[in-house]
Design a protein around this ligand. Structure first.
Ligand SMILES: [Fe+2]
Length: 245
């Protein structure tokens, strides 16, 4: 499987604090059947002032440690971009890492603030799409505005955004409301992927297989496979056989 959204890099956001904790996360991911992980540390000028250059250096350094520890996990540079005014300049200056590119659109993991969807967000994503940037909205099923009113996600999906659901949400780790909202979003037939958004071993673990199993039970193997393997592989530009597991 491919995990398109996780926080494994030590000491740079609210993921692991130490290298040992980070390596433990990588080990758990491998044990869960994850072969590729896109390290999507927060890119948020207010809280975590990371950018493409600093993250690339951190990924390269961590990849060396993962190899030294003989952990069979392929790492990729990514980032979880907070929707904020500074993002426009950062994108213009090529400071934001993308997950990959599909059909000429670079794919950007985009996070709304948790409690709300800021006014103007739809216009913002429409502008991104005009620039050939495809927003992949991080965990819409956990956004409070969407939880209160699941229809709010419709205009974003119809505008062309893709949606990343959290594996833990599918099995109730974020409560029954997030779980129901996640399935409601999938039932709409929009372009969804599932990822762990792992931060630590205790309450945000790198477990994707439980989400895959829940998808398989509800929608069958083809849908489950598309969300944890085929669509993520397409975004990363990886042959599926390399990412299987
Ligand atoms: Fe995240």
């Amino acid at each position: 499987m491919i995990d398109l959204h996780c926080h494994f890099l030590p000491g740079i956001d609210d993921g692991p604090e130490t290298l040992d904790q980070a390596l433990d996360l990588a080990r758990m991911a491998v044990a869960d059947g994850i072969r590729h992980a896109v390290l999507t540390s927060h890119v948020d000028p207010d809280r975590y002032p990371n950018d493409k250059r600093s993250l690339l250096a951190a990924v390269e350094s961590f990849a060396g440690e993962v190899a030294k520890a003989h952990i069979a996990l392929q790492l990729h540079l990514g980032g979880e971009a907070r929707l904020c005014p500074e993002l426009i300049d950062m994108l213009a200056e090529n400071q934001v890492p993308f997950l990959g590119e599909v059909d000429g659109y670079r794919v950007l993991l985009l996070e709304f603030p948790h409690p709300l969807i800021p006014v103007g967000s739809l216009r913002f994503v429409q502008s991104l799409l005009k620039l050939k940037i495809r927003p992949l909205i991080a965990h819409p099923e956990r956004n409070k505005a969407i939880l209160a009113q699941p229809d709010k996600v419709t205009e974003f999906a119809e505008a062309g955004c893709w949606l990343q659901l959290t594996a833990g949400s599918l099995v109730g780790r974020f409560g029954s409301q997030a779980q129901e909202t996640a399935y409601k979003i999938i039932d709409e037939g929009w372009n969804c992927v599932v990822a762990t958004d792992a931060h630590n071993l205790q309450n945000r673990p790198p477990l994707l297989s439980e989400g895959r199993a829940a998808l398989q039970q509800r929608y069958g193997e083809a849908v489950a496979r598309s969300m944890v393997l085929e669509r993520p592989a397409r975004i990363l530009g990886l042959p599926i056989e390399l990412a299987s597991g």
